[in-house]
Design a protein around this ligand. Structure first.
Ligand code: ADP
Ligand code: ZN
Length: 615
């Protein structure tokens, strides 16, 4: 069967997306590949279709290496729905089930076998692969989430390092490695660690045009989050990322108290609770999951309408990967982040205090700085994001800065006043002081500490009374972001000058700050009008179609429950909408609808027609 007919008949899709076809042809022919594609770009087909074609031509089994044990059941279930022989081997199987899978594996009676790297590299599993290889039944290795091999990636898994054994032991078996983490450093590391020097590199565009990026200044984060969800996403599925477990718990409670169905997810929860919460998120339409970064890899729920960050992530790769979990179905979605001075201080401190080597820390600082640059930006966020992944683009029209150009003020003078205060207190007292005290001096506040230290005698005392405390914090945050001031975590978070400070003090570096937050009312009308120009697809259905769509969804929910799978694994909303619009009378009317392959037509065609008839 040609790769086009597999795409159409097995998966029910009409055309390849982006570089899928080139990748699939290359891998089917036995070439190695490294695939960089954004989250939601369509990586799975890049190894699933070669696995099917190669199995059909007698080459045997594809082993898919994935770190996501908790999701293998659903991934394999989705392939079963499409009529593909797929299985997984992991600790969730009973002894008996595992033996059964191993038996079929050795017979070569599986097209795709999913397993975690820990298992793949055990002597037992390698012996089974040896046996397949001897009989010419080892077809392909697909290494998913390949950035896990890199310490530069944000999900480093030491077990991935042991995967070099695959290449060393089975040099003739092609490999395809896939990831959505694409910066140059991680990419080079993946190639070296997995010995993919000879693999062809396929890089897709990283743009996710349906995602709207918004970064707001942190005031009262929880209230800001509540307002964001209430104003724009009531009843939607979403993910809220927080730094700490405690904050995850507190935030989930807060949302629930305000009538938003929310569940916590972090590594400190019992494994059963974690899995149950994840399953409920995947199997329900309107749950908000509040999580640490432990959540999300491999989550393929298509209808996540927003991803919110209550704390700043460590770098742009992490941020982009996390936000990429919104809107996989291509419908409008939001990436919203709230960030403040404390985030900058915390992230810097975590790097400073980590036991890593200086060169490594330097790398981390560089990555953090790039993210700070994004957060402070007054121009298009998307242009900056894509540029980080070496992609040129024009202003997008779908980020906060494009939708409403921020008002900026020239803060160069203020920055100089702040830095010279930092310098003078250090001179006078012999040691540094924290942000709060520096701002007090600038604003001319005679606090106890100020009087005690004699700081009202400083020439900068009171020279910044025209700016509010928030404005001063904004100045400080930007100075931190560009490295013109440092926070010494070892000495009570005191501020210190850096090499960059000098050029700011001399007035050589212009500092332009956004004027603290646009008026909420102006902002809201702006957003809601632009929202209406991109309505949810379901709103385009007429009344009758809406009724049919609702009936189909109810039917799908039952099937999903029976099969113990998320509803979108049975049919995506888009497929149900297309059916609702077609109002099919016969099986042939259903043919060619996107997402309806031969197997699903056989399995569900009649039932769908019945639902339509009843409607
Ligand atoms: P990721 O790159 O994040 O692994 P997936 O492989 O999960 O992305 O694909 C994202 C979504 O796009 C899935 O719902 C998938 O079924 C769909 N998809 C992938 N390729 C195509 C295609 N050629 N045509 C239509 N839908 C596609
Ligand atoms: Zn933009």
């Amino acid at each position: 069967m040609s790769i086009e007919s597999i795409l159409q008949e097995v998966f029910g899709y009409q055309a390849f997306r982006g570089p899928q076809q080139a990748i699939i042809e290359h891998v089917t022919a036995g070439g190695d590949a490294l695939v960089l594609m954004p989250t939601g770009g369509g990586k799975s087909l890049c190894y699933q279709i070669p696995a099917i074609t190669r199995q059909q031509t007698g080459r045997g089994i594809t082993v898919v290496i994935s770190p996501l044990i908790a999701l293998m059941h659903d991934q394999v279930g989705a392939l079963h729905e499409a009529g593909v022989k797929a299985e997984f081997l992991n600790s969730t199987l009973s002894m008996q089930e595992a033996t059964q899978v191993e038996r079929r594996l050795l017979q070569g009676d599986i097209t795709l076998l999913y397993a975690a790297p820990e298992r793949v590299t055990t002597p037992r599993f390698l012996a089974q692969l040896d046996s397949l290889q001897e009989r010419g039944l080892l077809s392909l290795f697909a290494i998913d989430e390949a950035h896990c091999v890199s310490q530069w990636g944000h999900d480093f898994r030491p077990e991935y390092r042991a995967l070099t054994v695959l290449h060393e032991r089975y040099a003739s078996v092609p490999r395809i490695a896939l990831t959505a983490t694409a910066d140059a450093l991680t990419r080079a590391d993946i190639i070296e660690r997995l010995q993919l020097q000879d693999a062809r590199l396929f890089i897709s565009s990283f743009d996710r045009p349906n995602i709207r990026y918004t970064i707001v200044e942190k005031r009262d984060a929880s209230q800001q989050l509540l307002r964001f969800i209430r104003d724009e996403h009531m009843g939607d599925a979403g993910v809220v990322y927080c730094q700490s477990r405690k904050k995850v718990e507190d935030t989930a409670d807060l949302l629930c108290d305000h009538g938003i169905a929310a569940l916590p997810y972090h590594a400190g929860l019992d494994a059963k609770v974690r899995q149950a919460n994840q399953d409920r998120f995947l199997r329900t339409e309107d749950i908000v999951i509040v999580a640490t970064i432990a959540f999300g890899m491999g989550i393929d729920k298509p209808d996540v309408r927003f991803v919110a960050h209550l704390d700043m992530p460590k770098n742009i790769e992490g941020y982009y990967q996390e936000t990429g979990r919104a809107g996989r179905d291509g419908e409008p979605a939001d990436a919203w982040m709230c960030y403040g001075l404390q985030d900058v201080v915390n992230q810097r401190r975590m790097i400073d205090e980590s036991p890593a080597e200086e060169a490594f820390k330097q790398g981390l600082r560089g990555k953090l700085d790039a993210l700070l640059g994004l957060a402070e930006a007054t121009d298009c966020r998307r242009v900056r994001l894509l540029r980080y992944f070496d992609e040129a683009s024009a202003p997008c029209g779908n980020c906060d800065n494009c939708l409403q150009a921020p008002d900026v003020w020239d803060a160069t003078d203020a920055a100089r006043k702040l830095l010279s205060t930092v310098y003078r207190v250090q001179q006078m007292s012999g040691f540094g002081f924290g942000a709060g005290h520096i701002v007090d001096i600038l604003r001319g506040k005679t606090t106890e500490k100020v009087t005690q230290r004699g700081h009202e005698a400083l020439s900068t005392f009171g020279i910044g009374a025209d700016l509010s405390e928030t404005e001063w914090r904004g100045v400080l945050r930007q100075l931190l972001a560009i490295g013109a001031v440092a926070v010494d975590a070892q000495a009570f978070n005191t501020l210190a000058l850096t090499e960059v400070s000098r050029s700011v003090l001399k007035g050589e570096v212009p500092i332009r700050l956004r004027i603290a937050q646009p008026k909420p009312s102006a902002r809201k009308t702006q957003r809601s009008t632009s929202r209406t120009s991109a309505p949810k697809a379901v709103a385009t259905l007429d009344a009758e179609q809406q009724l049919r769509f609702a009936a189909l969804k109810a039917w799908r929910a039952n099937v999903a429950k029976e099969h113990n799978l998320p509803a979108y694994v049975i049919f995506h909303d888009a497929t149900l909408m297309a059916i609702a619009q077609t109002a099919p009378q016969s099986l042939s009317d259903l043919q060619g609808i996107s997402g309806l392959g031969v197997r699903k037509l056989e399995a569900y065609g009649e039932a769908v027609l019945t639902v339509m008839g009843e409607g």
